[in-house]
Design a protein around this ligand. Structure first.
Ligand SMILES: [Zn+2]
Length: 218
């Protein structure tokens, strides 16, 4: 049990360190069994949490201890619809959210350019908007479960589940990385490649210098 709790704290810190959430955003849970789901508390900064603050709820939303996240229905919908789910991570990855803001009609993240998306996550749906903390958060997600393990929540964030907490965390890291690559590619393509180059004679001399230096230590 202490192991599970410490691992949740570690994942919260990693989410914050990697800019996948800010301040008290997001929530993380692990299902120990049907009667015990450990979940992050409401309103606590993820970077400075300790394991005494974690709350405990049941699959049918009874609070056993602590003050669980107001977004717990999102987690419970996943555990209800996905029998193999053992952990859920909800975060606010900036580039993933930006895709849902910039293109309101988008039903899924563009996936046809990157083989890693198809192989690792399959399609990543953009789930219709629901007010944070509302029942709709879980209701809107349910039609996409259990088929999808990584999902963007329109105008809000992303959620991933896994058979381990590491897997759920990796889902969030992956959706942000994919969203970032796609954004960079579009920006570069639209930039007309107008980088300022060094003067031609400087380039020539640098190549000569490179030859003199020999095997440059990278
Ligand atoms: Zn949120």
């Amino acid at each position: 049990m202490e192991n599970i709790k410490n691992k949740i704290i570690e994942v919260c810190q990693r989410l914050h360190d990697r800019n996948l959430l800010a301040a008290a955003d997001g929530n993380v849970s692990v299902k120990e069994n049907d009667q015990t789901i450990w979940i992050t508390p409401t309103g606590q900064t993820k970077a400075f949490m300790n394991n005494q603050e974690l709350a405990q709820i049941t699959q049918d939303n009874k609070i056993i201890s602590g003050t669980p996240s107001s977004e717990r229905k999102l987690h419970l919908a996943i555990y209800r619809n996905c029998p193999t789910a053992k952990a859920v991570v909800h975060a606010h990855p900036p580039h993933a959210i930006a895709w849902s803001l910039a293109f309101g009609d988008l039903k899924e993240l563009p996936y046809k350019s990157l083989p890693e998306v198809i192989l690792a996550t399959g399609k990543i749906p953009i789930v219709p908007y629901a007010r944070p903390g509302s029942d709709e958060m879980g209701d809107n997600l349910s039609p996409f479960l259990p088929d999808h393990k990584v999902l963007i929540m329109q105008k809000h964030g992303a959620v991933a589940w896994g058979e381990t907490l590491d897997e759920a965390y990796r889902g969030i890291e992956r959706v942000e990385h994919i969203s970032y690559i796609l954004k960079l590619a579009i920006e570069l393509k639209n930039s007309k490649m107008n980088l300022e180059e060094l003067p031609a004679d400087e380039i020539k001399e640098l190549f000569e210098l490179r030859t003199q230096i020999g095997n440059y230590n990278l």
